[in-house]
Design a protein around this ligand. Structure first.
Ligand SMILES: Cc1ncc(COP(=O)(O)O)c(C=O)c1O
Length: 419
C-alpha cells in the first residue's frame, strides 16, 4: 500500500499516512479466501486500533472494579479511567461540560432515551415530531412509537433525487405543533451531509429543539456541538474505532436537567425510600446500573487516537477517498450511484446493472473485499429510490486508493461472472 503521507487533496488539505495507520489495526493483517482483506464496511462497524484493544485488556488485567462505589484502590482507578473517558468524549465533540455527556449503549439507545424522556414529557395529542426521509430506522421507530403512544404525528422532510433535504419543505414542516426535530448529520445509506447549522437555526427560531443522529458523521469530520448549537447529539462507539456496546448522548445541560430519568436503578439516585426517590446529578441521573466501564475506556482511547491524527486530516482523507471512489466506481458501465448530494461523507451506495447487491457482495467477499449489501436499516430510503437494496462501500482512516481499485476490479469480475 502506498502512503498518502503529506499528500494534499483537492481541498489543499494534508491527509493521512495510511501506511502507518494500517499498522495500528491488527485485523487488517489477515487474508480472506487467500486475498488481502479490503475492509469497506466501516459504516456498519469500524475496526479497532491496537491502542483500544490494549486499553480494554489493560483495564481488565489491572484495574477492574465497579465505579463510584468503592474506596479501595481498584475502584478509585476504575472510576478515574471512566471519568477520563467522559472528558475525552467532551473534548472530542467540544461540549461545554462533562455533565452533558451520557454514556449509553449506542446511537439507538441515545435516541430512545430522548424519545422516552424528553419526548414523553413534551409530546402530546396532535403534536408533531419532525424527522427526515433519510433517517436510519433507529431515528424513525422510537419517534413512531412515541407518536403512537401519544396520539401525535410523525412528519417527514422529503429528499430530492440527489439525496438532499428539501429545505423549503422543512421550513413549512416546522409548525407551532412541532415539538422536536430529529435529523441525521450524515446519511448511512446515501452519504449526504445535512446543513445542520442552518436547520438548527431555523428550528430554534421557532423554539423547537433538535436532536442530531451523528452515528455516521463523527468518524469522518470534526464535530463541535456548541458551534452547531444542537440540543442533543447521538453516536455509537463501535463506528468510531471504539468497542461495541458503548455510545454517547450529548444533551444541553438545561434540557437534561428538566428531563425525567430514563431507567431506574443504582447510581441514578440520590436517595431512595419506599415513599420517594430523589435523583442523582447529571450525567448519572441517566446512567442507571453498572456502566460499560471497559467500553467507555475503549471509546475514550479511540477518540484520543483520532484526535492524535487530527480530525481535519481525517475529514480530508475521507473526502479524497470518496471523490476517488465516486469517480472510479461511478464511472463503471452500468453502475448507478444512489446518493449524489453535493456534500457527502464516508459512504458510496450503488447498484451494478441487474446484479443483486447480495450476489455482488458474495462475489466481492471471494476477493477478500467486505462491503455491505441490503437496505442499510433505511427502508424508506430504498423505497424513495425504488430499489430493494444497494451495495455500500464505506470508508475509514485506514482505507486507501488501492483498495478502491481492488473494489473496482471486483465489480468488473462480478459483471463477468453474472453475465
Ligand atoms: C445513521 C445511523 N444512525 C444510527 C445507527 C444505529 O447505530 P447503533 O446500531 O450502533 O445503535 C446507525 C447504524 O448503522 C446509523 O448508520
Amino acid at each position: 500500500m502506498s502512503s498518502t503521507a503529506l499528500s494534499r487533496n483537492g481541498l489543499g488539505l494534508q491527509t493521512l499516512d495510511t501506511e502507518k495507520i494500517r499498522r495500528d489495526f491488527p485485523i487488517l493483517e489477515q487474508t480472506i479466501h487467500g486475498k488481502k482483506l479490503v475492509y469497506l464496511d466501516n459504516g456498519a462497524t469500524s475496526q479497532k486500533p491496537r491502542a483500544v484493544i490494549e486499553a480494554i485488556v489493560h483495564y481488565y488485567k489491572h484495574n477492574n472494579a465497579n465505579v463510584h462505589r468503592g474506596v479501595h484502590t481498584l475502584s478509585v482507578r476504575a472510576t478515574e479511567e471512566h471519568d477520563e473517558a467522559r472528558e475525552r468524549v467532551r473534548r472530542f465533540i467540544q461540549a461545554a461540560d462533562v455533565s452533558e455527556i451520557i454514556f449509553v449503549r449506542g446511537a439507538t439507545e441515545a435516541v430512545n432515551l430522548v424519545a422516552e424522556t424528553y419526548g414523553r414529557a413534551n409530546v402530546g395529542v396532535g403534536d408533531e415530531v419532525l424527522i427526515t426521509a433519510m433517517e436510519h430506522h433507529s431515528n424513525i421507530v422510537p419517534w413512531q412509537m412515541l407518536c403512537n403512544e401519544k396520539g401525535a404525528h410523525l412528519r417527514v422532510v422529503p429528499i430530492n433525487d440527489a439525496g438532499e433535504l428539501d429545505l423549503e419543505a422543512y421550513e413549512t414542516l416546522l409548525t407551532p405543533r412541532t415539538r422536536i426535530v430529529a435529523v441525521t448529520h450524515a446519511s448511512n445509506a446515501l452519504g449526504t451531509v445535512n446543513p445542520l447549522r442552518k436547520m438548527i437555526q431555523m428550528a430554534h427560531a421557532k423554539s423547537i429543539p433538535v436532536l442530531v443522529d451523528g452515528a455516521q458523521a463523527v468518524p469522518h469530520m470534526p464535530v463541535d456541538v456548541q458551534a452547531l448549537d444542537c440540543d442533543f447529539y447521538a453516536f455509537s462507539g463501535h463506528k468510531i474505532y471504539g468497542p461495541t456496546g458503548i455510545g454517547v448522548l450529548y444533551g444541553k445541560m438545561d434540557l437534561l436537567d428538566e428531563m425525567p430519568p430514563y431507567q431506574g436503578g443504582g447510581d441514578m439516585i440520590r436517595s431512595v425510600s419506599f415513599e420517594k426517590t430523589t435523583y442523582n446529578v447529571l450525567p448519572y441521573k441517566f446512567e442507571a446500573g453498572t456502566p460499560d466501564i471497559a467500553g467507555a475506556i475503549g471509546l475514550g482511547v479511540a477518540l484520543e487516537y483520532l484526535m492524535g491524527l487530527g480530525m481535519d486530516r481525517v475529514a480530508a482523507h475521507d473526502q479524497e477517498l470518496l471523490a476517488y471512489a465516486t469517480e472510479k466506481v461511478g464511472g463503471l458501465e452500468g453502475v448507478r450511484l444512489i446518493g449524489t448530494a453535493k456534500h457527502r461523507a464516508g459512504v458510496l451506495s450503488f447498484l451494478v446493472g441487474d446484479i443483486h447487491p447480495h450476489d455482488l457482495g458474495t462475489i466481492l467477499d471471494r476477493e477478500g473485499i467486505a462491503i455491505r449489501t441490503g437496505h442499510h436499516c433505511a427502508q424508506p430510503v430504498m423505497e424513495r429510490y425504488g430499489v430493494p437494496a444497494t451495495a455500500r462501500a464505506s470508508f475509514a482512516v485506514y482505507n486507501t486508493r488501492e483498495e478502491v481499485d481492488a473494489l473496482v476490479n471486483g465489480i468488473e469480475k462480478a459483471r463477468e461472472v453474472m453475465g
